[in-house]
Design a protein around this ligand. Structure first.
Ligand code: PGA
Length: 260
């Protein structure tokens, strides 16, 4: 028993429409309403934050964004700041997703700055880390993940990092249908917790470390049963009500039960 609550965060990426979002949540929310002991959130694209905030009201499911700018406001065409996200009701914000790193050139330092800015604004940043297939083949998984974490540790300290969430998402497993095995994922999650523990044991134990990368209804349970996997960051399957509900249910079933 580790005292950490399971969490499931849906990352809709650049998907959805006013009609599709309403239909998805209409089907999904009643199924989530009966689940206990699990923290749930969905992260729609920016233009739908207000719509989804209204639809989530009273559901217990939190709202998140997929990105933020490090500046609060000003001449940054096309960008969105932390206070804007807060004003729209966001609780979570993804930081350093591998698609942001690889397609939009976000380096570890920029990601660390975004993490710090999100925390300072009172948002819960979800720091995404993970290695590519080539890096795994070369035995560099731990080194790559450590470097991604170190940048945030340098900027925000262990106290800051532990105040947010971490999502381990092997790049080769994102959107590919190829999931890390529960053992492969657990090994990296353990590595992350041990690394944090070198700075602060207590905070390391309390930090939520989610797994992401082709989590589906049929593999969620085995992943969430691992001692250092505290839930999931879900892409593709978060767009299907039945699949996302089943994943959330798998997390709920793993909830901490009070000792008799
Ligand atoms: P996936 O995406 O579940 O579609 O693999 C996960 C993510 O990118 O967060």
């Amino acid at each position: 028993m580790n005292g950490r609550r399971k969490r499931v965060v849906g990352n809709w990426k650049m998907n959805g429409s006013l009609t599709a979002n309403a239909a998805l949540l209409d089907e999904l929310l009643p199924q989530l309403a009966v689940l206990e002991g699990v923290e749930l959130a969905v992260c729609p694209p920016f233009p739908y934050l207000a719509q989804v905030a209204a639809l989530l009201e009273g559901s217990g499911v939190a709202l998140g964004a997929q990105n933020l700018n490090v500046a609060t406001k000003g001449a940054f065409t096309g960008e969105v700041g932390a206070e804007m996200l807060k004003e729209l009701g966001c609780r979570y914000v993804l930081v350093g997703h591998s698609e942001r790193r690889s397609l939009y050139g976000e380096c570890d330092e920029v990601v660390a700055e975004k993490f710090a800015v999100a925390l300072a604004a009172g948002l819960l940043p979800v720091l995404c880390v993970g290695e590519t297939q080539a890096q795994r083949r070369q035995g560099q998984t731990e080194q790559v993940v450590s470097a991604q974490l170190q940048a945030v540790l340098r900027r925000s300290g262990v106290q800051g990092l532990a105040a947010g969430l971490i999502a381990y998402e092997p790049v080769w497993a994102i959107g590919t249908g190829e999931t890390a095995s529960p053992e492969q994922a657990q090994a990296v999650h353990r590595h992350i917790r041990v690394l944090l523990g070198e700075f602060d044991r207590e905070r390391a134990e309390a930090t939520a470390i989610l797994y992401g990368g082709s989590v589906k209804a049929d593999n969620a349970q085995a992943l969430f049963a691992q001692p250092d996997i505290d839930g999931g960051l879900i892409g593709g399957a978060s767009l299907e009500a039945a699949a996302f509900a089943a994943i959330c249910q798998a997390a709920s079933q793993q909830q901490e039960r009070p000792q008799p």
